[in-house]
Design a protein around this ligand. Structure first.
Ligand code: NAD
Ligand code: TYD
Length: 350
């Protein structure tokens, strides 16, 4: 095997997309997927590669320090691509501590294991996958660049900012070879239906209300998840040691406009009268501390490494809606159990 790479969080939304891409693109690598299988991790996301000879799944928690240390002793990892995290802003508002534990302490456990087991660091790389939310909230104009100061405002983004700082600190203090990317909102198949788009597809299908926070005039910059996975593969191989790369689709949408697009797409796919799904829109109490606008300047990634996003939003939204409709069993499986309880509790008072 040319390289053995540990991917953490590989049973989640972005992680599973990345694992599939790496297993297929690099048959000469061994890809080890470490995931605790929380409510957000699902091995059904990986069935198409589960028997691939260059793939191995290990169930485990990055908060379990002795286990992580042992893992690094047993496997001679050449690189780590770290995605395991608590990832949902609303959950971070109701339970910040789990975000501190996994996103900060869990990251430090991995950094320490790399630091202590990677000898002189020759040929090694620790890649931290992060979010544009570390930069805070934009006004009506401007874009986040790699030079934008950190200004995280939710427990989720504060925990990711903290882990970014720690990854850089291990680079500066101990010389650990690292790279970080900060990406905008992803969308596509296999996203747990608590995030905006899969939740709204699920609710439209089940004729449930669509809870739009506040006035819906919040802006996000959306990226097709495969484009993110492709960028990670590229940055892992070609990114400069110690550097940060922003990843984004140059694809800003105000929530309410995106929701209208999704409603109209679903009407079309479900053969409903135009305008039916929009009637489910319900304006609810705003998210506390709701960031107004995110928008990424991804020109460094384009200029240095030649990456550009592949998909237009209208096509991506249609592909996404079609996927969830065709995979209703997946949706059914992940929306029973924990998710239902969370959903009921979360929206009971809205
Ligand atoms: P996700 O919630 O879908 O998946 C997270 C995965 O991590 C799950 O499989 C879960 O089981 C696993 N996990 C959680 N806690 C763990 C622990 N203690 N030990 C081991 N595994 C654990 O998240 P996602 O949307 O795929 O995001 C993946 C990464 O990308 C995160 O680090 C997130 O901050 C970052 N990111 C996400 C977005 C986005 O739009 N979703 C955008 C930019 C960056
Ligand atoms: P989300 O998918 O949670 O991603 P993030 O908070 O990381 O950007 O939310 C995207 C946007 O949609 C955000 O502005 C919050 C809003 N939103 C709603 O209006 N209603 C919802 O039910 C959800 C989950 C999100």
């Amino acid at each position: 095997m040319k390289q053995t790479i540990l991917i953490t969080g590989g049973a989640g939304f972005i992680g599973s997309c990345l694992v599939k891409l790496m297993v297929k693109n690099h048959p000469d690598y061994k890809i080890i997927n470490l995931d605790a299988l929380t409510y957000a991790g699902n091995l059904e996301n990986l069935t198409e590669i589960e028997n691939a000879p260059n793939y191995q799944f290990i169930k485990g928690d990055i908060n379990d320090r002795p286990f992580i240390d042992e893992l690094f002793k047993v496997h001679q990892f050449d690189g780590v691509i770290h995605l395991a995290a608590e990832s949902h802003v609303d959950r971070s508002i109701t339970n910040p501590l789990s975000f501190i534990m996994t996103n900060i302490v869990g990251t430090v456990n991995l950094l320490n294991a790399a630091r202590h087991n990677w000898g002189d660091f020759e040929g090694k790389r620790f890649y931290h996958v992060s979010t544009d939310e570390v930069y805070g909230s934009l006004g009506a104009t401007g874009l986040f660049t790699e030079e934008t100061s950190y200004d995280p405002r939710s427990p989720y983004s504060a925990s990711k900012a903290s882990s970014d700082h720690l990854v850089r600190a291990y680079h500066h203090t101990y010389g650990l070879p690292i790279v970080i990317s900060n990406c905008s909102n992803n969308y596509g198949p296999y996203q747990f239906p608590e995030k905006l788009l899969p939740l709204f597809i699920f609710n439209i299908k089940n004729e449930k209300p669509l809870p739009v926070y506040g006035d819906g005039k919040y802006t996000r910059d959306w990226l097709w998840v495969d484009d993110h996975a492709r960028a990670i593969d590229l940055i892992y191989h070609k990114g400069k040691d110690g550097d940060t790369y922003n990843i984004g689709g140059h694809n800003e949408w105000m929530n309410i406009d995106l929701i209208h697009l999704m409603c109209d797409t679903m009407d079309d796919l479900l053969g409903k009268e135009k305008g039916s799904s929009r009637k489910l829109i319900t304006f609810v109490k705003d998210r506390p501390g709701h960031d107004k606008r995110y928008a990424i300047d991804a020109s460094k990634l384009k200029d240095e490494l030649g990456w550009v996003p592949s998909l237009q939003m209208e096509e991506g939204i249609r592909k996404t809606a079609e996927w969830y409709l065709e995979n209703s069993e997946w949706l059914e499986n992940v929306t029973t159990g924990n998710y239902q309880k969370y959903y009921e509790k979360q929206y009971a008072d809205r």
